[in-house]
Ligand binder design. Structure first.
Ligand code: OAD
Ligand code: ZN
Length: 248
């Protein structure tokens, strides 16, 4: 990591009251959860349209369920990394800290973040497609076959699949939070999946200061006020340290 925080950034940081982190798969990469795109991206090995959509689930529920079992196992074994932990730490130093995440792994929650808008759902939850009853992962023994609800309906993970709409209320709240932020950190996302990617774009149009943290350039880089290239698990703790021990 080779970043420097200039005085203008440091001033903006310490004067901020309301901070929002918009995160994507890259923030969990250092926890051992593969990202979707990029060199190690999971979409290179699996075709998303074959797995992450409702029709695929109806056609072949066991196959889709098995793929989610595989992902649940990875997520279960993963732990929040220094990036998730530093974000939770930010709560001690600012009036309001919110997380808007595209991730379904619940690592922000496990790290202790309190306000979390999950745009794409949460892999720890499931629901029946017929009667909409909710089930946590502890509710049943996981076999490779898709479990059935008491009503006989298929149980699916509570995540947003291709072609499905985002939970509108959560999206609207997240969008408002981002537009009121003094600083919006955009961390570990390729920022190409819409409508989620509207959130930083719209915030930028409202004059919010955008700070990107990523190992590479993205579609958002040219809109960002600051870009810090490095691993989230190194850059965010470094910025937090500037909050705790300002060196001016
Ligand atoms: P992507 O896989 O598209 O992007 C991951 C980003 O993280 C890339 O820009 C990487 O450069 C960056 N990255 C990787 N490792 C990093 C690290 N250690 N520190 C910082 N950055 C790192 O993931 P998302 O943008 O989250 O949607 O993808 C968005 C959505 O596409 C997902 O939520 C999912 C997928 O389709 C649904 O499933 C609905
Ligand atoms: Zn049911």
């Amino acid at each position: 990591m080779n970043i420097t925080l200039d005085d203008k950034f440091k001033k903006k940081l310490v004067e901020s009251k309301n901070i929002v982190f918009f995160t994507g798969a890259g923030i969990s990469a250092e926890s051992g959860i593969p990202t979707f795109r990029g060199e190690e991206g999971i979409w290179k090995k699996f075709k998303p349209e074959e797995l992450a959509n409702f029709n695929a689930f109806i056609r072949n529920p066991d196959m889709v369920w098995e793929w989610y079992q595989y992902r649940r196992k990875i997520v279960n074994e993963a732990k929040p990394n220094p990036a998730h932990i530093a974000i939770a730490e930010f709560q001690k130093h600012f009036k309001q800290v919110s997380v808007v995440t595209q991730n379904v792994d619940n690592l922000h929650g496990r790290a202790g973040s309190k306000i979390i808008y999950e745009l794409h759902g949460n892999i720890e939850r499931n629901f029946c497609i017929k009667c909409k009853s909710f089930y946590t992962n502890e509710n049943f023994t996981f076999t490779d076959k898709v479990p059935l609800c008491k009503c006989g309906g298929l149980i699916r993970p509570d995540v947003v699949w291709f072609g499905e709409s985002l939970p509108m209320e959560i999206f609207n709240e997240a969008e408002k939070a981002a537009q009121w932020a003094d600083l919006l950190f955009v961390v570990g996302t390729s920022a190409i999946v819409y409508p989620a990617a509207y959130i930083p774009m719209n915030a930028k149009q409202q004059g919010v200061t955008i700070v990107e943290i990523n190992i590479d350039k993205t579609d958002l880089t040219s809109y960002a006020d600051y870009s810090f290239f490095g691993k989230a698990g190194e850059v965010i703790p470094y910025i937090l340290n500037e909050v705790i021990n300002p060196k001016t």
